[in-house]
Design a protein around this ligand. Structure first.
Ligand code: MTE
Length: 318
């Protein structure tokens, strides 16, 4: 993601960097397969493999989608705690220890406390969900996630009637996540939020895997959010805390650049980013000369989610 920082990135810098990355991606794409083959991806727990190789295949909206090549999704990541370069976190994120892992449940709920990842995996039936994923930077991919609806977890911890929003927080480990030592670009830990009804929507997932395997560390292991109708920055990685609130939380990108990144961040081709259009997207893995894809309102999930925003001006609540 690109923000105007204290260093004041100009429009030219952004364009140059986008082209640079595109070129570099083309050059690197022939190398990434061999990186995967060398086994640089994280070891997976045998329990996870047993469960997830047998996981129920995707039912949700999968028929018309062409899944993006696995090696692209796993080597072109946005994980700013590790790097601002999309190809760097594949290696850097391997320093993260994800076992044991627990999530603290806080705020306006009947059952606050610590949830251990093993218990979450045992408690909630995992399934594959093939979703479109649209980054606010105007690229997109299609990923077969493995996970379960966040709503299942929310129901089990019983939010109080005062709970209207859900705040998610990523691990804060500056010794492992080098960019957390520098707050000139972003404040840490990374925080995201949803309205409670968005969190309860059946499309909203907590993902623990993708491509039939455990989630790679660079893609947010061991547990991340996936909200397919919103820009990718809402899909927060490596969650350690879920808090129920009566008011909207201040989220990382919204705080860093409120005019660029709204709290809602619903994919919307008619609301441009202040410095670029959102009307089309570059499909990851498509040839350099392929036409861009026309971006769809709510990333194509409008039939499912438009009712959540019925009376809202989507230009104001962008
Ligand atoms: N979560 C954390 N903790 N840190 C991040 O930098 N990047 C976000 C989102 N979740 C990010 C994050 C952005 S900008 C995008 S587009 C997606 O993760 C990218 O997910 P991917 O790297 O698995 O493709």
């Amino acid at each position: 993601m690109i923000i105007k920082t204290k260093k004041q990135i100009s429009e030219n810098d952004i364009t140059d960097s986008a082209i640079f990355h595109k070129r570099r991606q083309l050059i690197k794409s022939s190398l990434v397969g061999s990186i995967a083959a060398l086994g640089l991806f994280p070891a997976t727990s045998s329990q996870a493999i047993t469960r997830w190789s047998n996981v129920a295949k995707a039912k949700v909206g999968s028929s018309a989608l062409t899944v993006t090549e696995e090696k692209i999704v796993k080597n072109y990541t946005n994980y700013y705690e590790f790097s601002y370069e999309k190809t760097q976190s594949t290696d850097l994120a391997q320093a993260l220890t994800i076992d044991p892992w627990s999530i603290s449940i806080k705020g306006e709920v009947e059952k606050p406390g610590q949830l251990h990842l093993e218990d979450i995996i045992k408690q909630f039936p995992m399934q594959e969900y093939i979703y479109r994923f649209r980054c606010v930077e105007a690229w997109s991919m299609v990923v077969p996630w493995i996970g379960f609806p966040l709503a299942e977890l929310v129901k089990s911890i019983k939010p109080l009637s005062s709970a209207k929003f859900v705040k998610f927080t990523t691990a804060y480990l500056p010794e492992v996540m080098p960019n957390q030592k520098d707050t000139s670009m972003l404040e840490w830990p990374y925080v995201e939020g949803l309205r409670l009804d968005e969190a309860m929507h059946p499309l909203t997932l907590l993902a623990v895997g993708c491509y039939g395997d455990t989630l790679p560390k660079q893609n947010g292991a061991p547990l991340r959010l996936v909200v397919p109708w919103k820009y990718g920055f809402k899909s927060i990685k490596a969650i350690v805390e879920i808090e129920f609130l009566s008011r909207a939380p201040l989220t990382t990108w919204n705080k860093a650049a409120p005019h660029d990144y709204g709290f809602y961040a619903n994919v919307n081709p008619s609301v441009p980013h202040p410095r670029w259009s959102q009307s089309s997207e570059r499909v990851l893995g498509s040839s350099f000369f392929s036409p861009r894809r026309e971006t769809e309102l709510f990333n194509g999930y409008g039939d499912d989610v438009a009712s959540l925003y019925q009376d809202m001006d989507l230009r104001h609540f962008f």
